[in-house]
Design a protein around this ligand. Structure first.
Ligand code: TXA
Ligand code: MG
Length: 350
């Protein structure tokens, strides 16, 4: 398949390219497009056959449901049975934005889109190009992250191209995304509502709007998961870089010593070593390819850079990667959740 690639200037959006992409979607094709979180791989959410193509292109397990993207609040009523009060309040504050909510679905949403579940995940992205594409395409685009299953989510169009050229109809290139990790997912059918995937919108931010919010306890498990996560996609070893990634956790000085020691040991064995450092520590490492993920105090920059850095190590063909740890109250939860999964939960405590 020939994959068209169109660059869109965000300040003078190319109506024709968006119409062409929307036409492909209406005819059941696949179009990758930017959102504020990561690039999505879109198909008409109400067309079961179109959604099924997403699974094929990504190599995605069929029990892993897709998120339906909408552009207007009114669009919600056609696809969900009830909009709980909590959901209305959250939508008012966080939509359009990096928050996905789980609702009971109506018949019109095919089970092929929801991985066989009677619930549906819905999000209104905060991205002008995405919103206008959704409207032009009929209002409902199912879109997982536009990567091959198991690879880091794409934060630039070139990442999408690397994984999916030849397998999809079109890529709309709207430049680098702003947030860099996927949306927060909250199940608003639960009481209290439950976070199934941490993201930019934190527990505290939502609690300020609706009161108590719970968290799926499997989210931050350091060990291999025993309990099943409630979002089916969270059970897979995701975002895996090609190099074998290990997180080193502990007091900063000891982490640096340990990483240097491991890096030397592996490089003596002729292994190519990568190190994920921060601006504060980058000069403290003397072996291997060292990349800073940003300033430790700036969580937004760290989340923005995470997947890009993992992909960079793939390009450098490193055999092993050692990373500092990024636990913290706010975005740190989302960052660590992704990093732990990329590492297959391998953590060395020092
Ligand atoms: O930021 C994002 O959410 C991006 C952009 C493109 O919008 N999309 C994204 O989609 O991250 P994806 O497919 O990579 O992740 C969707 C997650 C999966 O973990 C899936 O299991 C969960 O959402 N999910 C979808 N529908 C669900 C449902 N009905 N119940 C529970 N979890 C659901
Ligand atoms: Mg994904």
């Amino acid at each position: 398949m020939n994959t068209k690639q169109k660059k869109i200037q965000m300040n003078q959006m190319d109506k024709k390219a968006i119409q062409e992409a929307a036409q492909i979607l209406r005819q059941g094709g696949l179009v990758a497009f930017p959102t504020e979180t990561v690039y999505g791989l879109g198909a008409n959410a109400l067309d079961e056959f179109a959604s099924s193509k997403i699974y094929e292109a990504k190599g995605r397990p069929s029990d892993n449901p897709l998120i339906v993207h909408i552009a207007e609040l009114e669009a919600l009523n056609k696809i969900v049975k009830v909009v709980p009060d909590n959901a209305k309040k959250l939508a008012e504050v966080f939509w359009p934005g990096p928050l996905t909510m789980i609702f009971e679905k109506k018949e019109i949403v095919p089970l092929g889109t929801t991985g066989g579940l009677n619930t549906v995940a819905v999000r209104m992205p905060n991205h002008a190009l995405a919103l206008s594409l959704i409207k032009e395409a009929g209002g409902y685009i199912a879109a997982p992250s536009a990567n091959t299953s198991g690879r880091p989510s794409p934060t630039k169009a070139s990442h999408v191209a690397m994984d999916l050229v030849g397998k999809i109809d079109m890529i709309l290139d709207g430049g680098a995304v702003s947030i860099g990790i996927e949306s927060t997912i909250i199940d608003v059918t639960a009481n209290p509502p439950m976070i199934l995937r941490p993201g930019f919108v934190t527990k505290a931010m939502m609690e300020a709007v609706i009161g108590e919010v719970s968290i799926d306890p499997t989210i931050l498990g350091d060990k291999e998961l025993k309990e099943r996560p409630k979002a089916p996609g969270m059970k897979y070893k995701h975002y895996a870089p090609k190099g074998d990634l290990t997180i080193i956790e502990g007091e900063e000085e000891q982490v640096i010593v340990k990483i240097n020691c491991l890096a030397k040991e592996m490089s003596d064995k002729q292994c190519k070593v990568g190190i994920i450092a921060t601006d504060e520590t980058i000069n403290r490492y003397d072996v291997g390819q060292v990349i800073s993920i940003g300033k430790r105090s700036d969580e937004q920059t760290i989340s923005h850079n995470l997947y890009r850095v993992l992909r960079e190590f793939d390009e450098k063909n490193v055999d092993v990667i050692y990373s500092e740890s990024f636990r913290s109250e706010k975005m740190g939860m989302a960052i660590m959740n992704r990093l732990l999964k990329a590492a297959g939960h391998k953590v060395i405590y020092v």
